[in-house]
Design a protein around this ligand. Sequence first.
Ligand code: MLT
Length: 312
Amino acid sequence: NGGNGTAPAGGGYPDKNITFVVPFSAGGPTDTVTRMIAEPMAAKLGGKIVVQNVEGAGGTVGAGEVARAQPDGYTVLMHHIGMSTAPALYQNLGYKPLEDFQTVGLVTEVPMTIVARKDFEPKTLQELVTYVKANASKVTLANAGIGAASHLCGLLFQTAAGVKLQEVPYEGTGPALTDLVGGQVDFMCDQTTNTSGQISAGEVKAYAVTTPERVKSLPDLPTTTEAGLPQLKVSVWHGLYVPKGTPQDVVQKLSEALKVALADQKVIDQMAKLGTAPVKAADATPEAHRARLQEQITTWGKVIADAGVKAG
Ligand code: MLT
């Protein structure tokens, strides 16, 4: 017990390791954000958090596993905008985001960058649009599978450019970026939490960032609006989930630990270096997160239906 004879709130939770499932490869943006908050959350919870990468199908394999896990607070999902796009992309998804999950809270919103292998011919976003139109059959566009943030941003780019490109799916944009640096694939849309280092090191060519304002940590990178593609706007919101039916006092403890992590100076500094920031405390509540998920499912459902994309 709490040592002073009273059982700690939440019925002694946690009394064993908590698994945070990341539905993409280690070393990618989702994994990076998860490991940033896992440390201060574990300290606040007084337990150990183990991060487990469960890849596949644009994040839907990992999300499906958590949907079917015991609702006891020992299996937590970190996922992003892909939680809201999957229902429109996958016929037999195997889970319903709003029914099979309990939201814990939003974590961060991450800008996306359009990056290419460093010797790729186009020098600007406008030149990229012209180039891909003229070479659609041979340009390769990497992503992390249908439903991934990189896939969604790639979809928005192709719609804006009026072109259909050959997509190369990876288990996460960690490995995709490795191939981009190695020149094996031409370009991709990926989050600043993954691309910032390679952009600053000159290992990839960066065309633009997909947010209305420039990113402080990448001051020379124009926004898509400045670069002439204003319709290409997207930022990748992330949230934590537990299976539906997880006891409310456990959800509450996780939500409180998340709020502490988002106020942790080390987390704030790490996120700033990678072009992002923790969400406001008001958004780190289960209710605010659920409202955002609901609105995003509707919003992206329309965009995806209009683009006529299906994963099968
Ligand atoms: C990752 O963590 O690999 C990315 O989130 C994949 C993606 O959604 O593009």
